[in-house]
Ligand binder design. Structure first.
Ligand code: ARG
Length: 268
């Protein structure tokens, strides 16, 4: 009798275990964790770029930490900037991480995770340039990456069909154009511009801030509208922000401490 009870106890425990395993969305039929397909434009160092054929950067470390926290494996793939939006809209990818600013226009078509990074636009110019603020960009040739907030802010200042504005498929091409003398300035995210200036002293470039014109922006993980992942990833982002991982990664890449409070305040 005792033995029988024992067996039925073990059996029902096993049954419950199987049941719970089936109930979670993270597992496929074999009980293995689902692998998320994450797309990026790995031409935005130090946030996402390619190093010896590997995709690396702050964003990549960050999404790995978030996925791990949420119980997912991930595969990060470089697809380029415009294709990111095509893939997420068409749901051929589960998520995108690529220094993507959360803005109301994008929010009409996509979902975003809670904010994970503070950024703003900045101007890249040759050292000694007469450009000292956005106002000085008037009449100057400006390069931006197509479809970015950099393009948006320049168009807001100088008009949408401004023939002085040159749009490039990725930001490295915009910087190349500046080095060739084809434009007078590049407008892009501050972290990327300042890292470029620091890492390429022989290019003799400088960065110009303009807080009066360039607003605070916050990056989010881009998701298909209505994605069930959002709740799980948001929870994981908060864990990574709270448990010291974010700070560790931030210091690894930027050698300075992050302002986590400003990110958290955005959630209020
Ligand atoms: N933060 C800007 C935006 O969302 C630029 C991002 C560009 N990212 C990239 N990986 N090229 O529009």
């Amino acid at each position: 009798m005792k033995k029988l009870k024992m067996i039925s106890l073990v059996l029902s425990a096993a049954f419950l275990f199987i049941l719970s395993a089936c109930g979670t969305s993270k597992t496929n039929g074999d009980g293995e964790k689902k692998t998320l397909r994450v797309v990026t434009d790995a031409a935005y160092a130090p946030l996402e770029y390619q190093d010896k054929g590997e995709i690396v950067g702050f964003d990549i470390d960050f999404i790995k930490a978030v996925a791990k926290e949420a119980g997912y494996k991930i595969k990060v793939e470089h697809v380029g900037w415009d294709p990111i939006f095509v893939e997420i809209k068409g749901k051929t990818a589960d998520a995108a991480i690529s220094s993507i600013t959360i803005d109301s226009k994008r929010q009409q078509t996509y979902d975003f995770s809670i904010p994970y990074f503070l950024s703003k636009n900045e101007i890249l110019v040759p050292k000694g340039s007469s450009i000292k603020s956005t106002k000085d960009l008037e009449g100057k040739k400006i390069a931006v990456q197509n479809g970015t907030t950099g393009q948006e802010v320049v168009e807001k200042l100088f008009g949408e069909n401004n023939d002085k504005l040159k749009k490039f498929e990725n930001n490295n091409l915009a910087i190349l154009e500046l080095k060739k003398g084809g434009v007078d300035a590049v407008v892009a995210d501050n972290t990327v511009i300042e890292t470029y200036v620091k890492n390429n002293p022989n290019d003799n470039l400088d960065f110009i801030e303009d807080d009066a014109t360039f607003n605070k922006e916050f990056y989010g993980i881009l998701l298909p509208k209505g994605s069930k992942l959002k709740a799980e990833l948001d929870k994981a982002v908060n864990k990574v922000l709270d448990n010291g991982t974010y700070e560790k990664l931030y210091e690894k890449w930027f050698k300075t401490k992050p302002d986590i409070k400003i990110l958290k305040d955005q959630q209020k």
